[in-house]
Design a binder for this molecule. Structure first.
Ligand code: NAP
Ligand code: GFB
Length: 326
């Protein structure tokens, strides 16, 4: 199977590259993966997307490329996030069909689900049942339209365009930008800087919001599992750790304050020097999703505990501090 991977230079793309390089499973060895980034083609421009397919044939795509960022980047750039991601996704899915790519994995996000669902945890059926949170309204609608396009092409042209929807991702190769990054890499970077100059650390917001977190290497494995599982032909798959979900609804999620303290432990940052800047937005209070569909299909799938993933990621950031995205 010849697989085109867009977004190959990002957190998930690099996690995927590392995984397939170290995996000896024969099915994966039978695949040939081509990783591309904006250096190969700016996917907002149709002509550049078309160039990716000149003299190249692919059987499948893993579409990761997107204009991505944390809460504050989304709040600052809702229009650009919508326009850029709509252009990327429309160009890609049209090119997939025109170049007869029959199977694909396309990436959504738990933050594109409704702000006020009827109940928690949200399931895949809830995706379009209500407005997304204002903070990432543009990004959320661009992702929802990606799901609509996958549905239309699958039903109209018998394609197998499958959506995966992870919760907040983190791990080595993340974007540690203080301004535009997600909470975990941004807090790691800021707290590391403060630990070097003994300054207090400010948590942005009250710390009371709740989030689910998924270690990006685990997400990469989940993507490959779904890609190679020929029983899976369409639909949306939430992906998150459901390890404590034995019939009750206690899905692992954490307050921002809790995860800040977990990062502080890894950086030996004194808890008493951690304060809150409550003038900064908390974003959505919670966006808990269930991945019971994925769990039932792959009951033995192992997720990395947050404490272990954070320890690996903090060490990776420090070891690679001069070269990380920040
Ligand atoms: P990332 O680290 O920001 O990487 C984004 C990737 O997309 C990079 O390879 C980037 O290439 C590429 N890209 C961006 N704009 C492009 C353009 N105009 N043309 C071509 N390539 C472009 O993002 P990520 O965290 O790996 O996200 C991967 C997928 O997971 C995305 O679809 C995202 O929506 C989804 N997701 C992420 C999270 C999270 O917390 N990170 C959570 C849920 C879902 P360059 O490096 O060349 O710019
Ligand atoms: O990952 P994050 O930026 O985005 O998390 P969302 C924001 C939460 O972390 C808010 C708190 O409750 C913030 O108050 N926070 C505390 C911080 N300190 C920091 C910090 O230094 N940086 C950041 N960024 N947050 C995003 C969506 O929502 O979820 C995106 O906007 C994306 O579209 C992503 O899909 C997965 O989880 O709020």
């Amino acid at each position: 199977m010849r697989v085109l991977v867009t977004g190959g230079s990002g957190l998930v793309g690099k996690s995927l590259n590392s995984y397939i390089k170290n995996e000896n499973e024969f099915q994966i060895k039978d695949c040939h993966f081509t990783f591309v980034s904006s250096k190969d083609a700016d996917l907002r421009i149709k002509e550049e997307v078309d160039k990716l397919f000149i003299d190249r044939e692919y059987d499948a795509i893993i579409h990761l490329a997107a204009c991505v960022g944390g809460l504050y980047k989304n709040m600052d750039s809702n229009v650009e996030m919508y326009l850029d991601n709509m252009a990327i996704n429309t160009n890609i899915i049209k090119a997939c069909h025109q170049n007869n790519i029959n199977r694909g994995i396309f990436c959504l996000s738990s933050c594109v689900f409704p702000e006020k669902p009827n109940s928690f945890p949200m399931t895949e059926e809830d995706l379009h049942r209500g407005k997304p949170h204002f903070s990432n309204y543009g990004y959320a609608h661009s992702k929802r339209q990606l799901e609509v396009m996958c549905d239309l092409y699958s039903s109209s042209y018998n394609r197998q365009y499958i959506c995966v929807s992870p919760v907040n991702l983190y791990g080595p190769f993340d974007n540690f930008s203080i301004k535009n990054g997600h909470v975990l890499p941004s807090v790691m970077h800021r707290m590391y800087n403060n630990s070097l100059n003994s300054e207090d650390f400010m948590v942005y917001g009250t710390g009371r919001a709740f989030r689910q977190f998924l270690y990006a290497p685990d997400f990469a494995k989940a993507i490959v599992k779904l890609l190679l599982d020929i029983r899976v032909k369409f639909g949306i798959f939430n992906v998150c750790d459901m390890s404590s979900f034995e019939g009750d609804i206690s899905i692992p999620e954490y307050s921002i304050q809790e995860v800040v303290y977990m990062i502080a432990k890894n950086l030996n940052f004194p808890k008493e020097k951690i304060k809150n800047d409550i003038l900064k937005s908390d974003g959505i209070y919670k966006k808990t999703v269930s991945a019971v569909v994925f769990k039932v299909r792959y009951p033995d799938f192992k997720f990395t505990p947050l404490s272990e993933g954070l320890e690996i990621t903090v060490k990776w950031m420090i070891d690679n501090f001069d070269s990380i995205r920040k």
